[in-house]
Write a protein that binds this ligand. Structure first.
Ligand SMILES: NC(=O)C1=CN([C@@H]2O[C@H](COP(=O)(O)OP(=O)(O)OC[C@H]3O[C@@H](n4cnc5c(N)ncnc54)[C@H](OP(=O)(O)O)[C@@H]3O)[C@@H](O)[C@H]2O)C=CC1
Ligand SMILES: [Mg+2]
Length: 349
């Protein structure tokens, strides 16, 4: 399946000797995005993840769920069975590749309807035909483990972006995707559109001994998370952190530092940039913005440690309220909270 670029085509061994697995993968993906012919060939030898209206296809294997990779050959016969045209494969988007440079694509059966033959199958019929189910992504993230989470999250984000950017916003003319799906072009204006994502800062505020968590009305019962907010045009990350903390809880950040970042597909593609922040110890009275938040308060190390131990489901307590629960472990908010716990533990008593 491997396609060697230019000079390496006659000397593939050189290609292998010169580059590490990681570099080979990145160069291969670059070629797939830049060269429509190479990418079209890869669609005939790669594997496919299926979606239906942005819900990934999952199969239960024993007690585990996984997102099956469907080979190109299987995919074509499956499309036939599902009364879709084989050409539908062209509507797939590139989402990655294996260490051996086998390309991964994602294909949404609903978004590719133009390729379906009259009488194409309903979702439930497809599910029983393929022996699995199209599962809403939020739910799928709880059922899957490991590498499939980020892969399906970015696949969904890319499929959604293509579905909502079919027309040029200047000319109103249809846009065409390149084969890999890394961009769309308006032939009339020449404008190139690239997949969009919005930068969001997520900040865990600490006063030295407690951390500040908040909840929005839409959160699941009992769940609190770190403060989050979209970057405004022209802002630096530091400015966004300071503004969001002031806007949402009325506090002034004294110092802050970057921790890590994560792509987040909900409700649209965001780049979550996670930071820790400290507020002055004598200035910790919360003044909550009721338009944005339902509750915000300081939590002690003990409360956080207990919630981490209990896991993602809240417990009903005697007084009808529910116990604190924290974001799932694959959300960067969870990682920030765990880092804070470690910082507290390593502090001299
Ligand atoms: N991965 C993780 O661990 C976590 C991820 N998140 C994510 O962070 C994101 C931001 O958090 P949130 O507190 O809601 O953000 P904000 O505090 O910035 O407030 C949300 C408001 O911002 C406006 N908005 C929506 N989209 C954009 C955009 N692309 N650019 C600028 N403004 C926008 C909307 O206002 P209006 O309705 O007036 O248009 C929306 O109601 C959420 O999408 C959430 O999913 C949050 C917590 C944890
Ligand atoms: Mg917010």
């Amino acid at each position: 399946a491997m396609i060697y670029p230019g000079v390496y085509r006659r000397t593939p061994s050189l290609w292998f000797r010169l580059h590490s697995t990681y570099v080979r993968k990145m160069r291969y993906l670059f070629d797939l995005k830049e060269d429509d012919d190479i990418c079209r060939q890869a669609q005939n030898s790669g594997t496919f993840y299926l979606f239906h209206n942005l819900s990934p296809f999952l199969q239960k294997v024993g007690s585990k769920y996984l997102a099956p990779q469907i080979s190109a050959v299987e995919m074509k016969s499956t499309l036939g069975k599902l009364k879709h045209n084989e050409q539908m494969i062209e509507n797939s988007v590139l989402i990655g590749c294996s260490d051996a440079c086998m390309a991964y694509f994602a294909l949404d059966l609903v978004f590719s309807k133009i390729y379906s033959i009259p009488g194409f199958l309903e979702k439930s019929v497809i599910e029983s035909e393929l022996k699995g189910s199209f599962t809403e992504l939020r739910k799928a993230l709880f059922q899957l483990d490991g590498k499939d989470r980020p892969l399906l999250s970015s696949a969904q984000a890319l499929l959604r972006w293509h579905d909502t950017h079919q027309f040029c916003s200047k000319t109103g003319q249809p846009t065409q995707k390149n084969v890999a799906g890394s961009k769309r072009v308006c032939r009339t204006s020449g404008i190139i559109y690239y997949p969009q994502m919005s930068p969001v800062v997520i900040t865990l505020v600490s006063n030295g001994s407690q951390c500040l968590l908040a909840r929005q009305a839409a959160f699941p019962k009992g769940m609190y998370s770190a403060l989050a907010g979209f970057c405004d045009v022209g802002e630096t990350l530091e400015e966004t952190v300071r503004r969001e903390v002031a806007e949402e809880v009325g506090l002034e950040v004294e110092s802050l530092w970057y921790s890590a970042s994560q792509h987040w597909p909900f409700p649209n593609s965001s780049l979550m940039i996670a930071c820790h922040a400290i507020v002055q110890p004598q200035q910790t009275k919360i003044s909550m913005n009721k338009l944005e938040l339902e509750a915000a308060r300081w939590f002690s190390l003990e409360e956080i440690e207990e919630a981490l131990k209990r896991g993602p489901k809240p417990l009903k307590q005697e007084n009808q309220s529910v116990s604190l629960c924290l974001p799932p472990k694959w959300a960067i908010a969870h990682q920030l909270i765990q880092e804070w716990v470690k910082q507290q533990a390593s502090k001299p008593a």
